[in-house]
Design a protein around this ligand. Structure first.
Ligand code: NAD
Length: 498
């Protein structure tokens, strides 16, 4: 299928050429890098790396769009219409977005068709609906003379927002930030991951077709350090930075933002735990943990990498999880039923490094632990076996550090207090899943886990109105619903003496 049925993209050496989108125009230079398929290692596209001057022009275009263009004077009604047009524009090209996301990530069709692209569309519709219906805060304030005062809060855009996204859910996570930023009336300079530039480039076309004024949405491609990512974060014309990615990158970005005291919203890494209590349904919990550990080849910030199982269930649970992991093995599973590849060879080297480390630290490898062998073109890809370990101490690197692959360590526990202590003894604090049929225990335990999101008897069930984010190394701030609007707008309180 042609990826660009509606709007042809330029090509270079027979594959698409992805340009930067600055001030309403696609720009092409000869600074190119390869967009590599994780399925077979071939070049899917060439990508134009933005230099510092292009990023600077993107920031200036964004500023101009706010100060002199129609966007700076746009009404809520106009922005609602604009966001809905973007959502409809993605929807109209649904198959192209699906194909582009799969080409970049190698993820399975079902995941892309049911999560990545629909959520990309939903993010724009959700924030359109939210601003269309929201009220504003107001307070009647007593005064000594009895006349009183009225306080009310007005929101205005923060300005030019730098948006930096990762590769694991490329369209979903980029639009999760773009939609509220635009809803609040900001202009943006966005950078997708260098690993997954494709759907972001299609989105630039959609923004253009949807009539988003020039300069409001700018897209620059490139890497992090000494490239487009760093050019955005250290640019004095950027008013706020929203970033999803690794915790260590968050540290670097925070340092870049510090001189300008810029607000940052960070959604970072995790080392998420699942707890399976003795009253849980083992099969149901094993289904849930298999999904939370192995979906998207384990490349989900919310993925479970540590599993604590009540000792009486331990052996049964490990065997139940092993059966599910083996059914997902890319080499053993029926065609198409197994997990896709990791994002790149570099990432596979990192994950395999943890596989080796676990063994040298004394892990028992219940299943997996290596790369699969296909005997066909997929051997050029970045496939890896879903893996389960037991037997590591809680202070092992593989139990403490985020691996971001299809792997989890399963350990037995004896008491609720003990498991809570072990779950909370982590530098991360993003999400947790609790498997229990004891209602009181569910509430009690959920309240004591030191994370931003707890699921009980489920995982990845999202309501976009709810706060999303983590504590400790997992992030700063919350996005979702009104929390997003709080980050992407400045508020002015107006106090009127009656
Ligand atoms: P990454 O930090 O390597 O890169 C993310 C983005 O930051 C990319 O666009 C990259 O080019 C850019 N970048 C890298 N260095 C930079 C720098 N010095 N200055 C500016 N930009 C820079 O992360 P990744 O490998 O793409 O994504 C995986 C990580 O993201 C995992 O740690 C995962 O847990 C995390 N993540 C968190 C959430 C969440 O919501 N908490 C969601 C998804 C992914």
């Amino acid at each position: 299928m042609s990826l660009h049925a509606d709007r042809p993209m330029r090509t270079h050496e027979g594959v698409p050429l992805l340009g930067n989108f600055i001030n309403g125009q696609f720009e092409y230079t000869d600074r190119l890098f390869h967009d590599i398929s994780p399925v077979d290692g071939t070049t899917i596209a060439y990508v134009n790396e933005a230099d510092a001057q292009q990023v600077d022009r993107a920031v200036q275009a964004a500023r101009q769009a706010l100060e002199t263009g129609p966007w700076g004077r746009s009404t809520v009604t106009q922005r609602v219409a604009a966001l809905r047009a973007v959502a409809s524009g993605i929807e109209a090209r649904f198959e192209e977005f699906v194909a582009a996301e799969i080409a970049d990530t190698g993820k399975d069709t079902h995941h892309t068709r049911t999560i990545d692209v629909p959520r990309g569309i939903a993010n724009f519709r959700f924030f359109a609906d939210l601003i269309a219906t929201m009220g504003s805060e107001s307070y009647h304030t007593d005064t000594a003379d009895g006349a009183g005062a009225l306080n009310y809060v007005r929101r205005r855009p923060v300005g030019v927002v730098g948006v930096i996204a990762p590769w694991n859910l490329p369209l979903l996570l980029l639009s999760w930030k773009l939609a509220p930023a635009l809803a609040c009336g900001n202009a943006v300079v966005a950078k997708p991951s260098e690993e997954t530039p494709y759907t972001a480039t299609l989105l630039a076309q959609v923004m253009d077709d949807a009539g988003i004024p020039a300069g409001v949405f700018n897209l620059v491609h490139g890497f992090g350090a000494d490239s487009a990512g760093a050019f955005i974060t250290r640019h004095p014309g950027i008013d706020a930075i929203t970033f999803t990615g690794e915790s260590s990158t968050g540290t670097t970005i925070m340092q870049a933002a510090a001189p300008g005291v810029k607000p940052v919203s960070f959604e970072l890494g995790g080392k998420n735990a699942a707890i399976v209590f003795s009253d849980a349904d083992v099969e149901e919990a094993a289904d849930g943990v298999a999904r939370s550990a192995f979906s998207n080849c384990g490349q989900v910030c919310l993925a479970t990498e540590r599993v604590y199982v009540a000792r009486p269930l331990f052996e049964r649970f490990v065997q139940a999880l092993r059966v599910r992991a083996e059914a997902l093995s890319p080499a053993r599973a029926d065609s198409g039923a197994g997990i896709g590849p990791l994002i790149s060879h570099a990432h596979r080297r990192k994950v395999l490094g943890y596989y080796a480390r676990a063994v040298s630290d004394g892990a028992c490898v219940v299943t997996g632990g290596d790369m699969p062998w296909f005997g066909d073109a997929r051997d050029g890809g970045a496939f890896i076996e879903p893996t389960i370990w037991t037997g590591l101490p809680d202070d092992a690197a593989c139990v403490r550090e985020e691996i971001f692959g299809p792997v989890c360590h399963v350990a037995p526990f004896d008491t609720e207090a003990e498991v809570l202590q072990r779950v909370n003894n982590s530098p991360y604090g993003l999400a947790a899943a609790v498997w229990t049929n004891d209602l009181r225990r569910a509430h009690r335990v959920a309240a004591r886990i030191d994370v931003g999101i707890v699921w009980v008897n489920t995982w990845f069930l999202r309501d976009l109105r709810t706060p999303f984010g983590g504590v400790k190394l997992s992030g700063i701030g919350r996005e979702g619903g009104m929390r997003s609007l709080d980050f992407y707008s400045e508020t002015t309180n107006i106090c009127i003496r009656m």
